[in-house]
Design a protein around this ligand. Structure first.
Ligand code: G6Q
Length: 545
């Protein structure tokens, strides 16, 4: 079951040897239609992947690999509720959460769509009541601030969406996200809030996560400094699969929004985990986000592989990771409001495909998920882009360019877009020694001074990038963009034959932290750790004031 044994992998390996020294610059010069040939659109979202180290033949071979590893069948298995998360014994149905059709989705013979629609209806009623003041705080004042307490998948996705769609926010409602168990996070958030007008959403699929429960308990303590126990019901609601734990915490299960085990944490923003999004943007905008996700789902399920955006992006990623030894992938949105987009992708991608055993439990002998990183342009250009242009590593970049801004500064927007385009062009073209020489001569350099400076100013170019261009960052567009990356990760997981939906690496940390916590108490027995950990525990006890 290793992709290495497929004939298309072997063929790609041979093709790589022929292609590795081909220059994109030459390819563009030879083919005026390269950009239009190597572009794909999905309902207003354009992917231009022509600035990649590929030819038509490469793309054909990559698609053959996708076929050979059984991608079309795996796509259907995901959409139709097969138990594809084998190690956790679960189906994977974030696509059902945004299914806008009448088509049923069966899990163990049961259609899950009625449950999904019921929770969406519950969210709508709740959001409307909060917005029109019918659901008010304990002194009768309107709720002005939503604080989501959650971590990982119960935080990153909703936080990213709320940041990105701030122009769509409901007037008079602010949203805040507390995730870190570092008390600074909660303290600095509630410092500026009033208990009378704050609503806490405790978001935890399991309702056992130490950080979230600790933050939720401290939030309740903070609330009770001003209010009474009986008021808690108006100010704390929960999103979870675990009704018992919610009730044990003291939240009325009438105020709980259900999710299900087939919603993976990092894919859960489309479920009731999206409640802070709906409270902040209104339920209509939340549903617009779902619509966008659904549009991408249809594209992914129905388009032939070679015209399928998630498949194209995924297979290009495989090309760089497995054949060019690229260890990382930068994602650089030229939109300040997408500041948390790459953090969300880091979890989505690295938690899904950061694996060393395959689905059959055997050790893998090829590279899997790359490191995902990046920050909004143009800031990154003045920091790490140096390494992308002239460093020794090959780092493919995704540029995300919304053409229009919600803010009226047209001049800023033009400069922003020009910078994004300039970067992708420069990465592709580079600058030859001859070009640098004539530039330096024009500036008056000559002789040794010219020769000394010249090599530093040469750019090898031939550095790959994708450009994703969209008219405006609307809820639908962000839904499409987010779902695009989800499916890209899925496709790569299929090629690498890993389970993209478990996260045992995260579980280990959770387990160990619970063991160490009590050992930090002054007189507690320290169990059998390595000498470094024991020494550090002792040092903490010594230094703690
Ligand atoms: C995501 C992971 C993980 C999870 C958090 C929070 O896919 O499973 O990031 O979302 O550990 O878990 P709870 O929602 O159960 O608190």
């Amino acid at each position: 079951m290793t992709p290495l044994n497929t004939s298309s992998w072997q063929s790609l390996a041979r093709h790589y040897n022929d292609l590795k020294s081909i220059s994109m610059r030459e390819q563009f010069a030879l083919d005026a239609k390269r950009s239009s040939r190597l572009s794909q659109e999905c309902d207003g979202l354009l992917l231009d992947y022509s600035k990649n180290r590929v030819t038509t033949e490469t793309v054909e071979k990559l698609m053959r690999l996708a076929e050979e590893v059984g991608l079309p069948k795996r796509i259907e298995q995901m959409f139709t509720g097969d138990m594809i998360n084998e190690t956790e014994g679960r189906a994977v149905l974030h696509t059902a959460l945004r299914n806008r059709s009448d088509e049923p989705v069966l899990v163990d013979g049961q259609d899950v769509m009625p449950k999904i629609r019921a929770v969406l209806a519950q969210m709508r009623v709740f959001c409307d009541r909060v917005h029109n003041g019918e659901w008010s705080g304990y002194t009768g004042k309107k709720i002005t601030d939503i604080v989501n307490i959650g971590i990982g998948g119960s935080d990153l996705g909703p936080a990213m969406i709320c940041d990105a769609l701030e122009p769509y926010g409901v007037e008079g409602v602010g949203v805040h996200f507390v995730s870190n168990v570092d008390g600074t996070d909660l303290s600095t958030t509630v410092d500026d809030l009033s208990a009378e007008t704050t609503l806490f959403v405790v978001a935890s699929k399991t309702f056992t996560t130490q950080e979230t429960l600790t933050n939720a308990e401290s939030a309740r303590d903070w609330f009770l400094e001003s209010a009474s126990q009986a008021d808690v019901a108006k100010h704390f609601v929960a999103v979870s699969t675990n009704a018992k734990a919610v009730s044990d915490f003291g939240i009325d299960t009438d105020n709980m929004f259900e999710i299900w085990d087939w919603v993976g944490g990092r894919y859960s923003l489309w479920s009731a985990i999206g409640l802070p999004i709906a409270l902040y943007l209104g339920m209509d905008n939340f549903e617009r986000l779902l619509e966008g996700g659904y549009t991408m789902d249809k594209h992914f399920r129905e388009q032939p592989l070679a015209e399928n955006m998630p498949v194209i992006m995924a297979m290009l990623g495989v090309w760089y990771v497995n054949f060019f030894d690229a260890a990382s992938q930068a994602v650089v949105p030229y939109d300040h409001s997408l500041g948390r987009f790459t953090s969300h992708l880091q979890q989505l991608d690295m938690e899904s495909n950061g694996k060393t055993v395959n689905r059959q439990g055997k050790r893998i002998s090829y590279e899997t998920g790359p490191v995902i990183w990046g920050t909004p342009g143009t800031n990154g250009q003045h920091a790490y882009f140096q390494l992308i242009h002239q460093g020794t590593q090959l780092i493919p970049v995704d540029f995300i360019l919304p053409v229009n801004s919600h803010y009226p500064e047209v001049e800023h927007q033009n400069i922003l877009l020009a910078n994004g385009l300039a970067q992708s062009e420069a990465l592709m073209k580079g600058k030859t020694a001859e070009e640098v020489r004539s530039e330096l001569i024009k500036k008056g350099y000559e002789g040794d001074a010219l020769d000394a400076l010249l090599p530093h100013k040469v750019f090898t170019g031939n550095r790959p990038s994708n450009t994703l261009m969209l008219p405006l960052l609307t809820p639908e567009m962000l839904g499409k963009l987010t779902a695009l990356y989800e499916h890209k990760v899925f496709v790569q997981g299929v090629v690498w034959n890993v389970n993209s939906f478990d996260q045992w690496g995260v579980e280990l940390g959770k387990q160990l932290a619970k063991e160490i916590s009590p050992e930090l108490e002054d007189d507690a027995t320290i169990s059998d750790h390595d000498s470094s950990t024991v020494g550090l525990i002792k040092k903490i006890r010594e230094l703690r004031t």
